[in-house]
Each structure stands twice: as structure tokens, then as C-alpha cells.
Design a protein around this ligand. Structure first.
Ligand code: JB2
Length: 223
């Protein structure tokens, strides 16, 4: 049976694996929200993710807002292309919802760091002093963003990645799982640092770098 949409005050956009950890972090960090998930995958409708019901597709947003929902969080992760996450964030804002920022209690987030709206900082992550995160950034489980880093809007720092001091990652960049980036490196807009890469040179916008030392990916394949 479909849950009562009138009880939902925060909408999670996306109901896959990333949503499961975002919901867990959100309920630990800031309990009390009545959550509901929207997802276009009809096979998920009526099911639950981490105990939260999948109510239907994004077309339900106006109905949920009319019934009292006023917050949202992007529950879509992704492993390289942050365009869909950006689109969902902008859709939530355009509808008039306020983005919720989620910081798992086991993460260490310096009081001297700046964290933009809608960021999600997951278990064991570190965001150190004077680091600045734009909006809708993911700092995934166990990732380290050292002091004075500048992380642009919609960037995903994946699980266990480590950014030394003063690294810059421009909007929509993706730093893959376990990657290491030397201090002061610049990762350009929409660039992708592959899993486990060791980055010691700047990464141009839109380019995928892999390996140790990381270099541009040649030919087809997945980073
Ligand atoms: O436009 C959309 C939309 N497009 C896809 N609106 C909404 N509300 N939801 C959307 N989705 C849904 O996001 C898909 O239908 C799907 O249910 C969900 C994505 O789930 P999936 O498990 O495929 O990926 P994920 O992004 O949750 O997790 C990936 O990224 C994480 C960071 C996985 O690779 C994880 O392993 C990883 N930790």
C-alpha cells in the first residue's frame, strides 16, 4: 500500500545503492525527517530502501510539495558522470525545495571548512580546515579532503580517495575510489580521475587520467 505522501517532509531523489547510504547517514545525523524516495524505475515503486518507501517518479514532486515536503537530497551517486546529479540538484531547486546537507557523525569536518548546500559527507571522511566544498558535493566513505582544498559544485570524491593540501577540483569532476592526488594539483571541470590513480600532474578539463603516475586514458574503457 502506498504510504501517505502528506507525512513526507524530505524527498530523496534516486533509490539505488547511494541512496541507501545517504539515508543511513541522514537518519543518524539528523533524525526526525519523514523521508520519501522518488525514482523513475517502476520496479522500485512500493518497495523500501533502508526502510524508506519509494513513492513513484519525479512527476510526484509537485504533489508531495503541496502536501508539505520542503527539503530534498540527491540520492543518486554515479561513478564518473556527475551530470545527472547536477540535473537532479537543479531540478530540486527549481521546484522550490531546499537542499539538505548530510554529514555522518563519524566524519571529521573541520569547523574551519566551508560546506555548500546539499553536500553529503559519508562515514569516516575527513574535510580539513579551510577546505571549501561547493554545492551538491559527495565526499564518500573514508575519503580525505585536506586543508585548503577547493572542491567545485557537484564533484564526487569517491570512497577512500585522498586529496593532499590545496588540491582544486573544478565543477562536476570525479575522483575515483582510492585515488591519490598530490598537493596543489588542479583537476579541471568534468575531468575524471580513475580508481587508484596517483595524480602528480594537473588534469585538464574533461580528460580521464588513470594509473601511477596518472596519465590520459587512451582508447575505450572504463576508469
Ligand atoms: O532522473 C532521475 C533518476 N535517474 C536515475 N530521478 C530520480 N529520482 N532517480 C533517478 N535515477 C535512479 O537512481 C535510478 O533509477 C536508480 O534507481 C538510482 C541509481 O541507483 P544505482 O544503484 O544504479 O546507482 P547509485 O548512483 O545509487 O550508486 C552508484 O554510485 C555510488 C556512489 C553505485 O555505483 C554505488 O556503488 C556507488 N557507491
Amino acid at each position: 500500500m502506498r504510504p501517505d505522501p502528506a507525512r513526507v517532509d524530505c524527498i530523496v531523489l534516486g533509490g539505488g545503492g547511494h541512496a541507501a547510504v545517504v539515508i543511513d547517514a541522514l537518519e543518524t545525523y539528523s533524525p526526525g525527517y519523514q523521508l520519501g524516495i522518488l525514482d523513475p524505475d517502476e520496479t522500485k515503486w512500493g518497495r523500501e530502501v533502508s526502510g524508506v518507501p519509494v513513492l513513484g517518479g519525479d512527476e510526484l514532486l509537485p504533489e508531495l510539495m503541496a502536501a508539505g515536503a520542503n527539503r530534498f537530497v540527491v540520492g543518486l551517486g554515479g561513478t564518473g558522470d556527475n551530470g545527472p546529479r547536477k540535473r537532479l540538484f537543479e531540478m530540486g531547486l527549481a521546484q522550490g525545495l531546499r537542499p539538505l546537507t548530510v554529514i555522518h557523525p563519524s566524519a571529521v569536518c573541520s569547523r574551519w571548512a566551508e560546506v555548500g548546500a546539499g553536500c553529503v559527507i559519508l562515514p569516516g571522511a575527513v574535510v580539513n580546515a579551510r577546505a571549501r566544498l561547493g554545492v551538491n558535493v559527495i565526499v564518500n566513505s573514508g575519503a580525505v579532503v585536506e586543508h585548503d582544498c577547493r572542491i567545485g559544485d557537484h564533484v564526487h570524491i569517491a570512497t577512500g580517495a585522498r586529496l593532499a593540501a590545496s588540491v582544486r577540483v573544478a565543477a562536476c569532476g570525479h575522483v575515483g575510489v582510492g585515488a591519490v592526488i598530490r598537493q596543489g594539483i588542479v583537476v579541471g571541470e568534468g575531468a575524471l580521475v580513475g580508481a587508484g590513480a596517483v595524480v602528480v600532474n594537473d588534469v585538464p578539463a574533461g580528460v580521464t587520467m588513470i594509473g601511477n603516475p596518472a596519465g590520459p586514458m587512451v582508447g575505450r574503457g572504463s576508469a
